[in-house]
Design a binder for this molecule. Structure first.
Ligand SMILES: [Zn+2]
Length: 235
Protein backbone atom coordinates (compact mmCIF):
# COMPACT_ATOMS: atom_id res chain seq x y z
CA UNK A 1 0.00 0.00 0.00
CA UNK A 2 2.84 2.40 0.79
CA UNK A 3 4.87 1.48 -2.26
CA UNK A 4 6.49 3.93 -4.60
CA UNK A 5 3.62 6.42 -4.27
CA UNK A 6 3.88 6.70 -0.49
CA UNK A 7 7.65 7.04 -0.61
CA UNK A 8 7.45 9.67 -3.27
CA UNK A 9 4.98 11.85 -1.37
CA UNK A 10 6.68 11.58 1.96
CA UNK A 11 10.04 12.68 0.58
CA UNK A 12 8.75 15.06 -2.03
CA UNK A 13 10.71 18.33 -2.46
CA UNK A 14 7.61 20.20 -1.32
CA UNK A 15 8.52 19.09 2.19
CA UNK A 16 11.07 21.92 2.01
CA UNK A 17 8.12 24.34 2.23
CA UNK A 18 7.18 22.79 5.57
CA UNK A 19 10.76 23.06 6.78
CA UNK A 20 10.96 26.72 5.68
CA UNK A 21 7.77 27.43 7.66
CA UNK A 22 9.20 25.63 10.67
CA UNK A 23 12.40 27.69 10.44
CA UNK A 24 10.38 30.95 10.34
CA UNK A 25 8.41 29.92 13.42
CA UNK A 26 11.56 28.96 15.31
CA UNK A 27 13.26 32.27 14.46
CA UNK A 28 10.20 34.29 15.56
CA UNK A 29 9.91 32.31 18.77
CA UNK A 30 13.63 32.68 19.61
CA UNK A 31 13.32 36.40 18.90
CA UNK A 32 10.35 36.93 21.22
CA UNK A 33 12.01 34.90 23.99
CA UNK A 34 15.24 36.87 23.63
CA UNK A 35 13.49 40.26 23.53
CA UNK A 36 11.29 39.40 26.48
CA UNK A 37 14.24 38.11 28.51
CA UNK A 38 16.24 41.26 27.79
CA UNK A 39 13.50 43.67 28.84
CA UNK A 40 12.26 41.60 31.75
CA UNK A 41 15.47 42.77 33.45
CA UNK A 42 14.56 46.46 32.95
CA UNK A 43 12.30 47.76 35.72
CA UNK A 44 9.44 50.09 34.84
CA UNK A 45 9.71 53.45 36.62
CA UNK A 46 6.05 53.24 37.76
CA UNK A 47 6.99 50.29 39.99
CA UNK A 48 3.80 48.40 39.10
CA UNK A 49 3.87 44.61 38.69
CA UNK A 50 2.18 43.01 35.69
CA UNK A 51 -0.90 42.24 37.79
CA UNK A 52 -1.08 45.79 39.16
CA UNK A 53 -0.55 47.26 35.70
CA UNK A 54 -3.37 45.07 34.35
CA UNK A 55 -5.64 46.31 37.12
CA UNK A 56 -4.74 49.89 36.29
CA UNK A 57 -5.23 49.45 32.52
CA UNK A 58 -8.62 47.78 33.04
CA UNK A 59 -9.62 50.60 35.37
CA UNK A 60 -8.48 53.24 32.84
CA UNK A 61 -10.60 51.43 30.22
CA UNK A 62 -13.65 51.42 32.44
CA UNK A 63 -13.70 47.61 32.79
CA UNK A 64 -14.78 46.38 36.20
CA UNK A 65 -15.94 42.79 35.58
CA UNK A 66 -12.64 41.13 34.56
CA UNK A 67 -10.78 39.06 37.14
CA UNK A 68 -6.98 38.82 37.14
CA UNK A 69 -5.40 35.48 37.99
CA UNK A 70 -1.96 33.90 38.07
CA UNK A 71 -1.15 31.01 35.71
CA UNK A 72 2.01 28.89 35.73
CA UNK A 73 4.37 28.74 32.77
CA UNK A 74 6.34 31.19 30.70
CA UNK A 75 4.50 33.55 28.31
CA UNK A 76 1.26 31.62 28.84
CA UNK A 77 -0.56 34.92 29.43
CA UNK A 78 -4.03 35.17 27.92
CA UNK A 79 -7.50 36.63 28.29
CA UNK A 80 -10.38 34.16 28.47
CA UNK A 81 -13.51 35.86 27.09
CA UNK A 82 -15.86 33.06 28.25
CA UNK A 83 -15.07 33.52 31.92
CA UNK A 84 -13.79 37.11 31.66
CA UNK A 85 -10.56 36.12 33.37
CA UNK A 86 -7.19 37.60 32.54
CA UNK A 87 -4.41 35.12 33.35
CA UNK A 88 -0.85 36.33 33.77
CA UNK A 89 2.12 33.96 33.78
CA UNK A 90 5.02 33.56 36.22
CA UNK A 91 7.17 36.01 34.27
CA UNK A 92 4.44 38.66 34.15
CA UNK A 93 2.21 38.50 37.22
CA UNK A 94 4.60 39.60 39.96
CA UNK A 95 7.33 41.17 37.83
CA UNK A 96 7.64 44.94 37.63
CA UNK A 97 9.66 44.93 34.42
CA UNK A 98 8.70 46.92 31.34
CA UNK A 99 8.16 43.63 29.47
CA UNK A 100 5.76 42.36 32.15
CA UNK A 101 3.76 45.62 32.21
CA UNK A 102 3.44 45.59 28.40
CA UNK A 103 2.41 41.94 28.14
CA UNK A 104 -0.18 42.47 30.91
CA UNK A 105 -1.49 45.56 29.11
CA UNK A 106 -1.67 43.61 25.83
CA UNK A 107 -3.93 41.02 27.47
CA UNK A 108 -6.08 43.88 28.79
CA UNK A 109 -6.24 45.03 25.15
CA UNK A 110 -8.06 41.76 24.38
CA UNK A 111 -10.48 42.39 27.28
CA UNK A 112 -11.22 45.86 25.82
CA UNK A 113 -11.77 44.31 22.36
CA UNK A 114 -14.18 41.83 23.93
CA UNK A 115 -16.10 44.54 25.78
CA UNK A 116 -16.38 46.71 22.68
CA UNK A 117 -17.31 43.78 20.39
CA UNK A 118 -14.29 44.43 18.13
CA UNK A 119 -15.19 42.92 14.72
CA UNK A 120 -12.11 40.76 14.01
CA UNK A 121 -12.27 39.29 17.56
CA UNK A 122 -15.94 38.35 17.07
CA UNK A 123 -15.10 36.80 13.68
CA UNK A 124 -12.15 34.94 15.19
CA UNK A 125 -14.32 33.43 17.95
CA UNK A 126 -16.89 32.38 15.35
CA UNK A 127 -14.17 30.65 13.32
CA UNK A 128 -12.77 28.55 16.22
CA UNK A 129 -14.91 25.40 15.65
CA UNK A 130 -14.37 25.49 11.87
CA UNK A 131 -10.63 26.01 12.30
CA UNK A 132 -10.33 23.11 14.78
CA UNK A 133 -12.38 20.87 12.51
CA UNK A 134 -10.29 21.90 9.49
CA UNK A 135 -6.89 21.44 11.07
CA UNK A 136 -7.80 18.03 12.51
CA UNK A 137 -9.26 16.58 9.30
CA UNK A 138 -7.27 18.34 6.55
CA UNK A 139 -4.29 15.94 6.47
CA UNK A 140 -6.17 12.61 6.90
CA UNK A 141 -8.62 13.62 4.14
CA UNK A 142 -5.87 14.86 1.84
CA UNK A 143 -3.72 11.78 2.44
CA UNK A 144 -6.67 9.50 1.69
CA UNK A 145 -7.10 11.46 -1.55
CA UNK A 146 -3.47 10.76 -2.46
CA UNK A 147 -3.65 7.06 -1.66
CA UNK A 148 -6.94 6.43 -3.47
CA UNK A 149 -6.27 9.00 -6.22
CA UNK A 150 -9.54 10.75 -5.50
CA UNK A 151 -9.47 14.38 -6.58
CA UNK A 152 -12.57 15.41 -4.53
CA UNK A 153 -10.80 14.29 -1.34
CA UNK A 154 -7.71 16.30 -2.29
CA UNK A 155 -9.86 19.39 -2.84
CA UNK A 156 -11.71 18.77 0.43
CA UNK A 157 -8.37 18.50 2.26
CA UNK A 158 -7.23 21.81 0.78
CA UNK A 159 -10.50 23.55 1.75
CA UNK A 160 -10.29 22.14 5.30
CA UNK A 161 -6.73 23.38 5.66
CA UNK A 162 -7.77 26.80 4.32
CA UNK A 163 -10.16 27.16 7.27
CA UNK A 164 -7.22 26.92 9.67
CA UNK A 165 -5.25 29.42 7.56
CA UNK A 166 -8.21 31.83 7.57
CA UNK A 167 -8.34 31.62 11.36
CA UNK A 168 -4.66 32.56 11.59
CA UNK A 169 -5.20 35.42 9.15
CA UNK A 170 -8.01 36.87 11.29
CA UNK A 171 -5.79 36.48 14.38
CA UNK A 172 -3.34 39.08 13.02
CA UNK A 173 -5.54 42.21 13.29
CA UNK A 174 -6.73 40.98 16.71
CA UNK A 175 -3.15 40.75 18.01
CA UNK A 176 -1.87 43.98 16.44
CA UNK A 177 -4.91 45.88 17.66
CA UNK A 178 -4.57 44.57 21.24
CA UNK A 179 -0.97 45.81 21.31
CA UNK A 180 -1.76 49.24 19.90
CA UNK A 181 -4.64 49.66 22.38
CA UNK A 182 -2.31 48.60 25.22
CA UNK A 183 0.43 51.07 24.29
CA UNK A 184 -2.08 53.90 23.88
CA UNK A 185 -3.61 53.28 27.32
CA UNK A 186 -0.15 53.00 28.93
CA UNK A 187 0.79 56.30 27.29
CA UNK A 188 -2.41 58.23 28.01
CA UNK A 189 -2.57 56.90 31.57
CA UNK A 190 1.09 57.92 32.11
CA UNK A 191 1.93 54.39 33.24
CA UNK A 192 5.06 54.29 31.06
CA UNK A 193 7.34 57.05 29.83
CA UNK A 194 8.39 57.65 26.22
CA UNK A 195 11.57 55.54 26.27
CA UNK A 196 9.71 52.76 28.10
CA UNK A 197 6.96 52.84 25.48
CA UNK A 198 9.48 52.34 22.68
CA UNK A 199 10.79 49.27 24.54
CA UNK A 200 7.18 48.13 24.88
CA UNK A 201 6.73 48.45 21.12
CA UNK A 202 9.75 46.17 20.60
CA UNK A 203 8.49 43.53 23.05
CA UNK A 204 4.93 43.47 21.70
CA UNK A 205 6.19 43.73 18.10
CA UNK A 206 8.34 40.62 18.62
CA UNK A 207 5.33 38.81 20.09
CA UNK A 208 3.18 39.79 17.10
CA UNK A 209 5.81 38.43 14.71
CA UNK A 210 5.23 34.91 16.07
CA UNK A 211 1.65 35.12 14.72
CA UNK A 212 2.93 36.40 11.37
CA UNK A 213 5.43 33.50 11.22
CA UNK A 214 2.71 30.93 12.06
CA UNK A 215 0.53 32.33 9.30
CA UNK A 216 3.42 32.22 6.82
CA UNK A 217 4.19 28.62 7.83
CA UNK A 218 0.55 27.62 7.28
CA UNK A 219 0.40 29.36 3.90
CA UNK A 220 3.52 27.44 2.86
CA UNK A 221 1.85 24.19 3.95
CA UNK A 222 -1.28 25.12 2.02
CA UNK A 223 0.87 25.80 -1.04
CA UNK A 224 2.42 22.37 -0.59
CA UNK A 225 -1.01 20.71 -0.61
CA UNK A 226 -1.94 22.58 -3.80
CA UNK A 227 1.33 21.53 -5.49
CA UNK A 228 0.89 17.88 -4.44
CA UNK A 229 -2.72 17.86 -5.70
CA UNK A 230 -1.67 19.35 -9.04
CA UNK A 231 1.13 16.79 -9.34
CA UNK A 232 -1.44 14.05 -8.79
CA UNK A 233 -3.66 15.61 -11.51
CA UNK A 234 -0.83 15.25 -14.02
CA UNK A 235 -0.16 11.58 -13.13
ZN1 LIG B 1 -2.74 38.62 22.24
Amino acid sequence: MYGYGGYRYMFDWTYLLVLAGLALSLIASANVNGTFKKYSRVRAACGLTGAMAAQKVLQLSGITDVRIEHISGNLTDHYDPRTKVLRLSDSTYASSSIAAVCVAAHECGHAVQHQKGYGPLVLRSTLVPAANFGSTLAWPVFFAGLIFSMRPLLTAGIILFSLAVLFQLVTLPVEFNASSRALKILENGHVLGDSELSIGKKVLGAAAMTYVASLAASILQLLRLVILARGRDRD
